[in-house]
Ligand binder design. Structure first.
Ligand code: NAP
Length: 270
């Protein structure tokens, strides 16, 4: 008989999602892990069970598939559990520009990074409200604050959308008096993970100075703590906080010029 609350983490097979799974398990949460690479999820689940004595559920699923959210929730229900918390974390950068990429790839990108997390939130929120408890963390990005750039066309718009979405969910829960239902957008800057290998920018981003980078551990810790406090948005790390502030106070043409000059260092337009 499970006694712990259950945290569902998307993109749990690597990087920031894997770190979320470890930190929530260390806090005593049972963990539902989902991503496409089953062998990674199975191994992580075994490690969490052994080290933290928590229960795990593994659901291998491609979030780009139209019915993926329903399939994940069905498997959790069949395991006799409900979702007390969600980390909408799965994501990647789609290399290229809008005119040299295929619509099917852009549509899959929108589904994985935008509509699937929003659908998942819509489907778990009523249960959270009914039980009077819920934690939702949407992994957005510092890119949600900075101007759009040449390459990875929809990334900044989607991450900006996830920040606004999180603020709205949090405001709606608070206004309705659901004080223990919290929603937080976590906005990391450059973070060590597989992200830059997947989007083909590792060689370029290796040239970025060390002080621009954070490990996944403090990034995730900042997200969990902010969500516990009921803070709707958090930017982890002093450098990232400074950049987020700068992007809000700089006149827009200057911000665009700066990002325009720098984006070839972290965007892949091929
Ligand atoms: N690293 C950074 O510098 C950085 C900065 C700002 C924001 N972020 C955001 O942080 C989040 C996590 O990224 P990360 O840095 O941890 O990258 P990562 O190490 O590449 O991990 C990405 C995760 O997303 C999963 N994923 C990708 N496509 C998927 C799909 N179609 N269906 C299901 N799962 C999928 C991957 O699992 P499978 O391949 O096994 O499916 C993996 O578990 C993303 O939303 C990213 O935008 C990262």
């Amino acid at each position: 008989m499970a006694t712990n609350k259950l945290m569902l983490i998307t993109g749990a097979s690597a990087g920031i999602g894997e770190e979320f799974a470890k930190q929530y398990a260390a806090l005593g949460w049972d963990i539902a892990l989902t991503a496409r690479r089953a062998y990674r999820l199975e191994k992580l689940a075994r490690d969490l069970e052994e080290k933290y004595k928590v229960a795990t559920i593994v659901v291998t699923q491609d979030l780009a598939r139209a019915n993926s959210v329903d399939t994940i929730l069905k498997e959790i229900k069949e395991a006799g559990r409900h979702v007390d918390g969600v980390v909408n974390n799965a994501g990647y950068g789609l290399p290229g520009t809008f005119f040299n990429t295929k619509w099917k790839d852009q549509a899959a990108f929108l589904r994985v990074l935008y509509t699937a997390p929003i659908e998942l939130t819509h489907k778990v929120l009523p249960g959270m409200v009914e039980r009077g408890f819920g934690r939702i963390i949407n992994v957005a990005s510092l890119a949600g604050y900075t101007p759009g750039s040449n390459g990875h066309t929809l990334y900044a718009s989607v991450k900006s959308g996830m920040i606004k979405f999180s603020e709205s969910i949090d405001a709606e829960a608070k206004a309705a008096g659901h004080d223990d239902v919290h929603c937080t957008a976590l906005c990391p800057g450059f973070t060590w993970s597989e992200f830059h290998d997947v989007n083909g920018t590792r060689e370029k981003t290796n040239e970025m100075p060390d002080w621009m980078w954070m490990e996944a551990e403090p990034v995730v810790e900042a997200g969990i703590n902010a969500c516990e406090r009921g803070q709707p948005v958090v930017v982890p790390g002093a450098v990232n906080k400074g950049l987020a502030t700068l992007s809000r106070i700089l006149p827009e043409p200057i911000g665009r010029a700066l990002v325009g000059a720098q984006s070839r260092r972290f965007r892949n337009t091929e």
